[in-house]
Design a protein around this ligand. Sequence first.
Ligand SMILES: [Zn+2]
Ligand SMILES: [Zn+2]
Length: 342
Amino acid sequence: MKAMVLRQIVRMEDGFPPLELGEVPVPEPGPGDILVRVTACGICHTELDEIEGRTPPPRLPVIPGHQAVGRVERSGPGASLFKPGDAVGVAWIHSACGRCAYCLSERENLCPDFRATGRDVDGGYAEYMTVPEAYALPLPAGFKDVEAAPLLCAGAIGYRSLRLAGLRDGQRLGLTGFGASGHLVLKLARHEFTKSEIYVFARSERQRAFALELGARWAGATEDAPPEKLEAVIDTTPAWKPVVEALRHLAPGGRLVINAIRKEGTDREALLGLDYPSHLWMEKEVKSVANVTRRDVREFLAKAAAISLRPEVETYTLAEANVALAELKLGRTRGAKVLKIA
Ligand SMILES: [Zn+2]
Ligand SMILES: [Zn+2]
């Protein structure tokens, strides 16, 4: 089968294509696994964190990709939940231990044995992949495969972020960074919090125009001041400056939720600008989001289906994954980037 393979950690700015189009054997589903024929796989900023070594795969080579949509090809020994042809999604959560205090309290995202699709095991930048059937997500009808793919991470972790933000209807929500996840959170929040105004901070003029088109009340650059203080802000940027700026714009008691697996660290000095009275005092809170649970993904897919939430997608062939990643690195996005594999 064809796959885009990560063989070594590289720096995107060095300009070498990070992934190699290769011919590799179709994986064999082990006990409890299913083999999935992948039709689409979303591209996530976390792939850049893997490629550049901020959250490095424990072994190389590895096939990245954790927003995979496809059809069940066949089941391994003992697997019986799905039948061939069923539409399934594979998200970032490949497996967790199922026994620890986190797993037993609906926080499998925090499990010390959390294994991630496309980092700890091969993912969906390929024609086929395997997944434990208990971690494959049945897909609701009504979505094209390329539309369903970004719901699995950008959407699901956006949903988790919005929940953790603790917003009440009518309170103002800020989004700093406006890529795949930001645009889905905006769409979801417009449905869930109909009285809330949404304020978007984005580095490119194109993303700001896109945010306004989707119903944002206001859109500005990272360092612009919004006309009102915000009760919650969700940060999806790889940088520190947006974090410090967002804290400044929080209302008393407001919460900043950082949805990023790693920060790039190139603007770490921005943290020295942190001023306790204006950025943190008045009971402002900062919280990160880590991984997703299966329940997050299931709940979000059901909501997305119920409200006909459609991501805006830019599609690429499997072989064009490097082009898509390079554009993502430069912030050239409008919605979500997705590989159309079959
Ligand atoms: Zn992701
Ligand atoms: Zn566990």
